[in-house]
Write a protein that binds this ligand. Structure first.
Ligand code: HEC
Ligand code: HEC
Ligand code: HEC
Length: 129
């Protein structure tokens, strides 16, 4: 073996060792569940804000909504595109996302979060109280 082939052989072994854990686990990690949209949400196309914002910031948005309603008595939210929404967890969010189990819950279970909101807020506004 000359030096060049030693280097190449060494490189191949190095790459194989480095790649092993990735190849070994390939396909084993559970992928994040895809949140399902209801026909109503699909028809609306848009959430309150753009998707990236909603995915990462929906908790802050809900906090802001709660503070506006409870502390300021302000119930109308206008998004940057100028569209108005009634600031309500049950009547607005769950109007489009009425499939809470397949939408909110599935993602929260995956992320191991369990919002306590439903102790008080109804999770099925369609059936009313
Ligand atoms: C007018 C119907 C409508 C309302 C009201 C609505 N959504 Fe959405 N929501 C959608 C649609 C449509 C999408 C998908 C957007 C996309 O794919 O671009 C979405 C996406 C999302 C996502 C991102 C999902 C993902 O795949 O990452 C979250 C989180 C979310 N909504 C939470 C909420 C919350 C919380 C509220 C209330 C503050 C709310 N939505 C109100 C229609 C709605
Ligand atoms: C794409 C995944 C995804 C979807 C869909 C989703 N959530 Fe979440 N939600 C999260 C994650 C992740 C967190 C935790 C974020 C953190 O801890 O910073 C969270 C946190 C929250 C919190 C704050 C909980 C706490 O204890 O601080 C609320 C409230 C909430 N989500 C409401 C909703 C509602 C209502 C829906 C359905 C309309 C929804 N989420 C849909 C991923 C999602
Ligand atoms: C101890 C009971 C309780 C819990 C738990 C609770 N809320 Fe509320 N929430 C209320 C009450 C009472 C109001 C005032 C209702 C009104 O004036 O319409 C309210 C109002 C709101 C509003 C505005 C009005 C509406 O109809 O939605 C939002 C948004 C909200 N809460 C979000 C949340 C979120 C998000 C969580 C969980 C992180 C949560 N709340 C947990 C009792 C609760």
């Amino acid at each position: 073996m000359n030096d060049k082939s030693k280097i190449i052989a060494g490189l191949i072994i190095f790459v194989a060792i480095v790649a092993f854990p990735f190849l070994f686990n390939f396909g084993k990690a559970k992928p994040a569940p895809e949140p399902e949209l209801t026909p109503k949400a699909k028809e609306a196309k848009q959430c309150v804000r753009d998707k990236a914002y909603m995915t990462t910031e929906h908790m802050q948005l809900l906090d802001q909504w709660r503070d506006n309603v409870v502390r300021e008595g302000q119930r109308v939210y206008v998004n940057p595109e100028g569209k108005a929404f009634n600031m309500s967890l049950s009547n607005t969010c769950l109007d489009c996302h009425s499939n809470k189990a397949e939408f909110c819950d599935r993602c929260h279970t995956y992320a191991s979060v369990d919002p306590y909101c439903w102790d008080c807020h109804i999770d099925n506004p369609k059936e009313k109280k």
